[in-house]
Design a protein around this ligand. Sequence first.
Ligand code: PLP
Length: 395
Amino acid sequence: MFARTVIRTATKPSTASRSLRAAYATAATSDPQHFSASAVDSMNPRGVEIARAQRIADQGFISAIGNTPLIRLKKLSEQTGCEVLGKAEFQNPGGSVKDRAALYVIQDAEEKGLLRPGGTVVEGTAGNTGIGLAHVCRSKGYKLVIYMPNTQSQGKIDLLRLLGAEVYPVPAVAYENPENYNHQAKRYAEERENCVWTNQFDNVANRQAHIETTGPEIWNQTEGKIDAFTCASGTAGTIAGVTRYLKTISEGRVQCYVADPPGSVIYTYVSSGGQMTERKGSSITEGIGQGRITDNLKPDIDLLDGALHISDDKSIEMVYRCLDEEGLYLGASSCLNVAAARDLAVKLGPGKTVVTILCDGAYRYADRLFSKKWLHTKGLWEAVPEHLRKYAVLD
Ligand SMILES: Cc1ncc(COP(=O)(O)O)c(C=O)c1O
């Protein structure tokens, strides 16, 4: 389906450092005064390996997507006796895991002939997908139109507009209502030539991005020594695609758990063996939680070994712990994932390797996550460990 996979394969550390040495060694023969392998070694006294160096991203922004580091969460690993690893998706060039999906839904539309030069991309989103699409559209020369509920903050509208998107905030009505922002996005595309609705929830090109890139990267980075994977579901592209890949390559050995916030139906659906309940409650996490089984999740939901319910208290506690103990400034969905990885490590017992997704950074959420007033309003102040409340620097 995707003949032109632009997401690069990571350069192996040893090869990279060897080839650098070889280059200098070759140079040394022509200019022995200035170049020698030992001179190169002396410039690197700590023996730092060029572990993540990529070659030039020759197709611009899009070829810089993916190949993110897998970071060992040191404190959590010590505490659980497991290797707890987070895939640093916040290091994608648009700042989140959604860069991968944005690239794949656009490539898919191009390959199906639905999007041609000068065309327009339309999506219903207020979050990271819009940001990823905006970058990819600029990089490829497409126009981007975004529909979103008018309950979203002005900051989100401004951000998408300054990234070049045309933004339509529309009344926040239920999905069943034809005026819902998703339906409006769909209609916009249907009424125009060379215009595509990327439909992130039910377009399986989203899931394909994670089958072809995120899953293989995790497998290669752990050299196949991964025992379990967990992350939350928004469109479910990430959980479904990574689960499909890891289950396939490990012949079912890697255990995969979906993590779910309050107000979402996925936890109950998976743990009850397929009963759909009404959506109740809500969560402070953004981009995750779902009221239905999306087309991205449908083909893979039966592969899941189980589900983990993570409260907002646990997610918030982890926001502060990741910052203080790991030096990681992460958004709430990432921290829900880390809390789920911790719970899964405890469940599986010491000696296992558990991987999760660090979806994005805390930058866009700082005015809430680190505000005393907001934490009190949401009843989450007590969830922040006392010795970490010093990080809540905003009033
Ligand atoms: C911050 C954040 N975390 C997690 C997700 C969920 O990823 P997926 O849509 O692949 O389920 C999203 C999706 O938009 C997101 O914006």
